[in-house]
Structure formats: structure tokens, C-alpha cells
Design a protein around this ligand. Structure first.
Ligand code: ADP
Ligand code: MG
Length: 591
């Protein structure tokens, strides 16, 4: 046989069901894909304008409209971006997995960068067929002399193309929903999904329910609205000025979002300038708190936050908030929202974000992440690991910095943030290395001290032991005894403390944690000399051993009876640290 060379052909009828079923697990994602295509179409035109390839009228205002019709069971996505010529429809739409985004970047690679272009793989558009039987495209390219195109397809395997009727630049995509997906034409459902994925997209998105009853507005209401809108305008204005003061990308890529909205009508559903995209110097404390309330619906104020902002060696921006402990469960409950170019990807992607950081609340925007690929691929991606290491380092830097220059606040927040820090030390060696010198503990006086400080103060009586309390009430008798003897103890009441101290012991063999009601040091015992007293103790030991063995049904139980120095204490029972830990562990594993 002769040697042959060629590319494999794909039969769309066979491959299509696979794409529909496996590419996206969540059907609602078509909203994200179609709106991000619209956003890309606008971004591309903005870039062309900056490059001087096109000049747009002064009153040009970019926008995306999403119009649902619950009666017709349709959803329309309309943008006034670059549109498509007939050839472009053939190239980018008729060929599955052929990305116009990639082609655009390739064509203009010397003049522009990837910034804000979302598409990559040329598959997003077809997500429409997960929810629609029929999809139509009406589009008119920005190019001089371009003619409008109409395209339609049922099921996505065959299409029809003809001359279109669209007279304004841009693209209008209409989905005729299938029976299983009618819910998406419901106003509230649609808004919910758009808010989930598109709250921070870079182009204004306007939402309309085509079937909503039109309300007549009284003049009074209209004026009221105009007033409130004015106040909002001032905000927008100020933000605009603030970012104008330094060279920022917004003016560079020609966005006009800083301009005060001309139409006093509806408000966009999204915020095109999310706080994380701003320079930290331009953000106020109130803005950080407001953003936190808005994104996490948490009305408890965050303790503090870290604004991540880097361009090199990779692009990453974000804000991580340290929330207050949920007092009821003594727990941190976090969420990290991951974005790619202001488009929401998912919550808590553990492949990208270290597990312990998910106890925080935050947003991370990383356009460099290959997020459309599968999660298992992310796991082994060296680049992803670098991002995760970077975030960990930033968090450790912030905390250690606070310890060094603002110890007062560090101590104030400690009870809330220590479960997080301890969990981080348990889970991440690099984090532990960076944080180990900044771990503190509350002592019996309510002061915060480190292990070396504890040891120095208690060396004489406690030796290598570090005594701790897990329950202030239950162990109060022992606490008093320790106080009388002038020995300090650390208060370790959180669930995380037991594994944490076990780790500390493994790290440093000269440190032994001993619960305050466990083995006593010689300090508490009185030496008993041979003779009558020793004999009495011996008899007591025998009697009690027999008693305890019987009652507890433990043949081999060892019981020791010793004499205490302190006359105020008549008797006390202690259990050795090892035995108790063993018991706790067995309880934990239901043994
Ligand atoms: P991707 O966005 O990854 O490139 P899609 O399947 O989402 O892939 O879209 C394929 C191509 O179709 C896009 O790259 C773009 O060239 C073109 N396209 C899709 N939607 C629009 C739109 N609203 N306006 C202009 N071009 C579009
Ligand atoms: Mg796309």
C-alpha cells in the first residue's frame, strides 16, 4: 500500500451526542458560553479600535442583551460586537472545535494580547444544543460592505445558511428551548444563572423578560429613580477618576464603562469592574467590606483580607478574606470562587486552591488557567501547582507580616484564625515552614505566648512538658492546682488542636504536650519514705487496683496511688497522657 497522509474526519452525527453529554456536566453553562462569546465579540472590536483598525461613532456603547420569553420558550443573546461575515460563520460555526478567538489572537498577535478574550477551544457555542432543539444566528460584521447572514440548525448536526435581515452591527443568537429545558426561559431562573456565571463580566449585560407586563410609572417614581441613579453615577464617576489617575488597562483598551450611563433606564445585571481587578491602592476598606457582603452574602464583617495582584510570571488577581469563626460550630466555612477573565468557573476547585485555603472566603481570577480542560488534567499540571504555591506563600507572608508589625491585631484575631493556620500547617509543609515561628497559644492568664516562651517561663517545674487545658470547667480543679504551684498551661479547646500538637511533637522531640489532668510532675508529689506511710500507700494501691479492675472489667489495669503535696486537694484521679490519647483515637475510629 502507498504511504498516505491526511487528517482524520469526524462524523458530527456521532461525535455530537458525546460532546453534548460529556463536555459540560451542568446544562446551565450555555448561558456562560453564549454570553462570553458575546463579550469576546465586544472585546475584539474594542481591541480593533485601539489598534486603529476601526473607528466607532462617539455614541457607541457596547452592551449585551439577554431576552427571555417564557411564552415562546426562547432566549436571545444580542451583542453589538464584531459580528461575523459569511466566511467567518462557515469557518467558526460550521466547523466544530475551530475557535475564532484563537484565530483572532493569532492574526493580531503582534498588536494585542490575550487579555480579556475568553474563548479558546471552539466548543462553547455548541453548548446551546444541550438545551435547544433549534438555534439561529443573525449576524452583521463590522467590516465595510459586509452583508448580514442568517444561520440556523436543528440538533446541531446540519445547518442552513441564507442572506440575513440584521441591519445593526453584531450578533443575535436565538435558542428555541427543548422541553426539558423550558425552565431557563423563566425570568428568575435565567437571572440566577446569569448572576452565578456573569456577575463580573467585562461588558454590560442587560436582562429583559419579553413577556413581563409593562408598568406605567408615575412622574414621582420616575424622578425618585432618576435621583438614586444620580447617586450611583457619582460612584461610578469617582471610581473612574481613581483608576484614571494611574495608567490602567481600562483606558488602554478603550473601554467606555467609566462614562456615566446615558440611558437612565435599566441597570446592567453585572459589575464590569470587580474590585479584585482594581489596584489595591485604589480600594477602600468600605469597598472591600461591601464586596464581601455582596459576593458571600455574609453580614458578619470579615476580619481582614489579602488582595492578590500579579502580572508576572503569571496573571493572577483576587481577594482572600478571613471570616469570623462560626461560633456555633467553632468552624470556618469558606468558599473560594474561581474566575477566568471575570467569568465564573466554579467554587472550591481543589486542584488549583490548596485545601486549607478553602476555609477562607475569596475570589481568584486567573486568565492563564486552562480551565476548560478536565479537572484531572489540572491535578498534574505543574503550572497549576505554581499558582497554588504562590497563593499559599502570599497568605503566609500576610500573616507573618502582621505578626511582626501589628502583633496586637494578630493576637486579637488569633482565636478566629488559628484553626485555619493550624489546618494549614497540618496540610501544607511549605506553609508550616513559613508559619511555625508565628504560632501562639493562649495561656491561663489569657495572654498569647509561643512554645519557646512557655518553656522558658516554666522550665524549672514543667521540664520538657507543655501542659494544656481542653475544658476550662471540667479541668478547673487542676487549673487551680497548677496556678497555686505557679505552673502555666495553654488553652487548646479546638478539635484541630489534638492533631496539631501531635504534629508539633513529631517536629520537635523535646516537646511533650501533657493534658493538665494527666501525669503529674514530681512537683505535685510528695516523696514518701520507707516505713509506715509507704505501707499504707501500698495497701491502698492494692485495694484500689482490685476495685478498679473489677468495676471497669479490666484485668490488666495498672493503678498507682501517690501522695500529693497540696493539702487542699484530698484526692484526684489522673489518666496518663498516652492512655487518654489512645482512648480518644479509638473513640474517633469507633473501635
Ligand atoms: P470559542 O469561544 O472557544 O472560540 P465557541 O464555540 O464559543 O468557541 O465559538 C466559536 C467561534 O464562533 C468564536 O471563536 C467566534 O469566532 C464565533 N462566535 C461565536 N459567537 C459569536 C458572537 N456572538 N459574535 C461574533 N463571533 C462569535
Ligand atoms: Mg466561546
Amino acid at each position: 500500500m502507498n504511504k498516505e497522509h491526511g487528517s482524520l474526519s469526524i462524523n458530527s452525527e456521532n461525535i455530537f451526542p458525546i460532546i453534548k453529554k460529556w463536555l459540560y456536566s451542568d446544562h446551565d453553562i450555555f448561558f456562560r458560553e453564549l454570553i462570553s462569546n458575546a463579550s469576546d465579540a465586544v472585546t475584539k472590536l474594542k481591541k480593533l479600535e485601539v489598534m486603529g483598525e476601526v473607528s466607532l461613532p462617539d455614541d457607541n456603547r457596547f452592551r449585551i442583551d439577554v431576552i427571555v420569553s417564557p411564552e415562546d420558550k426562547t432566549i436571545k443573546f444580542i451583542d453589538n460586537g464584531i459580528g461575523m461575515t459569511e466566511d467567518e460563520v462557515k469557518e467558526y460555526i460550521n466547523q466544530i472545535a475551530f475557535s475564532g478567538a484563537a484565530a483572532f489572537l493569532d492574526q493580531y498577535k503582534d498588536k494585542t494580547n490575550e487579555e480579556q478574550i475568553i474563548g479558546h477551544f471552539g466548543l462553547g457555542f455548541y453548548s446551546a444544543f444541550m438545551v435547544a432543539d433549534k438555534v439561529t444566528i443573525d449576524t452583521l460584521s463590522w467590516k465595510d460592505g459586509a452583508e448580514s447572514v442568517h444561520w440556523e440548525s436543528e440538533q446541531g448536526t446540519e445547518f442552513e445558511m441564507s442572506a440575513g435581515t440584521k441591519t445593526t452591527r453584531g450578533t443575535e443568537i436565538t435558542l428555541y428551548l427543548n422541553e426539558d429545558s423550558y425552565e431557563f426561559s423563566n425570568e428568575y431562573r435565567a437571572k440566577e444563572v446569569i448572576e452565578k456565571y456573569c456577575s463580573f463580566m467585562p461588558v454590560e449585560i442587560y436582562f429583559t423578560n419579553a413577556n413581563a407586563p409593562v408598568e406605567e410609572k408615575t412622574t414621582e417614581e420616575a424622578t425618585e429613580e432618576a435621583k438614586t441613579e444620580d447617586i450611583i453615577d457619582v460612584d461610578v464617576d469617582e471610581a473612574g477618576k481613581a483608576s484614571e489617575s494611574e495608567e490602567d488597562e481600562a483606558s488602554e483598551d478603550g473601554t467606555e464603562t467609566e462614562e456615566v450611563a446615558e440611558d437612565k433606564g435599566p441597570k446592567p445585571i453585572n459589575n464590569t469592574h470587580p474590585l479584585w481587578a482594581k489596584h489595591p491602592n485604589d480600594c477602600t476598606e468600605e469597598e472591600y467590606k461591601e464586596f464581601y457582603r455582596h459576593v458571600f452574602h455574609d453580614y458578619k464583617e470579615p476580619l481582614f483580607w489579602i488582595h492578590l495582584n500579579m502580572d508576572y510570571p503569571f496573571n493572577l488577581k483576587g481577594i482572600l478574606y478571613f471570616p469570623k469563626l462560626n461560633t456555633e460550630y467553632d468552624q470556618l466555612e469558606g468558599t473560594i470562587k474561581l474566575y477566568n477573565n471575570q467569568v465564573f468557573i466554579a467554587d472550591n476547585i481543589k486542584e488549583v486552591i490548596p485545601e486549607f485555603l478553602m476555609l477562607l472566603k475569596g475570589v481568584i481570577d486567573c486568565p492563564d488557567l486552562p480551565l476548560n480542560v478536565s479537572r484531572s488534567a489540572l491535578q498534574n499540571d505543574g503550572f497549576v501547582k505554581k499558582i497554588s504555591d504562590y497563593i499559599t506563600k502570599k497568605v503566609a507572608d500576610k500573616l507573618s507580616g502582621m505578626y511582626k508589625v501589628d502583633k496586637e491585631n494578630y493576637e486579637k484575631y488569633w482565636d478566629d484564625i488559628s484553626p485555619f493556620i493550624k489546618f494549614g500547617c497540618l496540610k501544607d509543609e511549605k506553609f508550616r515552614e513559613k508559619m511555625k515561628e508565628f504560632i501562639i497559644f493562649k495561656n491561663l492568664e489569657g495572654k498569647y505566648i509561643s512554645i519557646p516562651e512557655y518553656k522558658e517561663a516554666n522550665q524549672e517545674k514543667a521540664k520538657d512538658n507543655v501542659y494544656y487545658v481542653t475544658d476550662m470547667q471540667q479541668q478547673s480543679q487542676y487549673i487551680n492546682l497548677f496556678k497555686e504551684e505557679g505552673i502555666d498551661a495553654l488553652i487548646l479547646t479546638h478539635n484541630i488542636d489534638q492533631p496539631f500538637i501531635t504534629q508539633l511533637e513529631q517536629q520537635d522531640e523535646k516537646t511533650h504536650f501533657v493534658r493538665i489532668d494527666a501525669d503529674f510532675t514530681d512537683t505535685f508529689k510528695e516523696e514518701v519514705k520507707e516505713g509506715e506511710e509507704a505501707d499504707t500507700l501500698k495497701t491502698k494501691t492494692d485495694t484500689l487496683t482490685e476495685l478498679f479492675r473489677k468495676v471497669l472489667n479490666k484485668e490488666k489495669l495498672e493503678v498507682k496511688v501517690e501522695k500529693l503535696k497540696n493539702a487542699n486537694v484530698s484526692s484526684m484521679i489522673t489518666l496518663s497522657e498516652e492512655s487518654r490519647r489512645m482512648q480518644d483515637m479509638m473513640k474517633m475510629y469507633n473501635m
